[in-house]
Design a protein around this ligand. Sequence first.
Ligand code: PEP
Ligand code: MN
Length: 338
Amino acid sequence: MVIVLKADRNLEKTAALKKRLRERGFELHESKGETSRLIGLVGDTSVLDIDDLLAIDDVVEDVKRIQEPYKKANRKINPENTVIEVAGTKIGDGNFQVIAGPCSVETEEQITEVANDVKASGAHLLRGGAFKPRTSPYSFQGLESDGLKLLLAAKKNTGLPIVTEIMTPEHLDLFEDVDMVQVGARNMQNFQLLKALGKIDKPVLLKRGLANTLEELVMSAEYIMAGGNDKVILCERGIRTFETSMRNTLDISAVPMLKKMTHLPVIIDPSHAAGIRWMVEPLAMAAIAVGADGLMIEVHNDPENALCDGAQSLRPEQFDKLMKKIEGAVEFFGKTMN
Ligand code: PEP
Ligand code: MN
């Protein structure tokens, strides 16, 4: 990190700042240019907040980071691709996996039928929301703990590992038998939740917020990893842009960029990105081509009557067709599905 000092800085406050930085364990390298003076900081600057330094505005002109503020997720620190195992299913570094299922668990019949269908089509993990973060308090909020029980029963029947969303650390006990915990877009910066997930020994699927930068997403992953849980999978699910013809805009470039920034697996959720059933297939193909490690796709046995996200949910037979295309594309790009 480099601190640019003001030409007309307050000398007493400059000395105080330098003393404070040395006391915090940083080595200071000063250089004097013709018009400016710089301090190069050597040490773990991830603990420093740029805004705190800029607040000392009668000393500090500017602050530039040279190293990224994330460590554990950083590819520079861990150059190898991380592979995350979810109940024996490997994701990352050439292992491509498909997570499929309804937006929310609605009834025993629904989740049983969809679980059997997606399994028969070759899905590797079953999804289904029990606790649903809905924009309106009047919309279906999920079956909550009863929904989790139904999802666990579907896991038992099919043998598929399950992925479901957690909204508060208070529910962690209920998630004991869940194989991968999902943090939804709306909770990407729920720091109390992220800290709690840092303390568990379970993979976390972290979805990008509706209007968050990639660095913010990685910093949220860093929260979980800093707590001791390294098993984080990142998910791009579309972001808010000025475009209104789709529910969101899939930021396809997030995949190569996240892979440059981090060593974590990255998956794409084309369902929430598009919000429209017919667009799920082209976006899924794009995800494979751009190097994603997996897909999360919403499938419903009766999408017209779905309690949540019916318009973007594939019918089981459409998912079956798509899986065949996915298998071909994954193979074409040199990855494996097992
Ligand atoms: C979901 O996966 O059903 C969901 C609510 O997704 P997101 O958090 O990306 O909106
Ligand atoms: Mn949904």
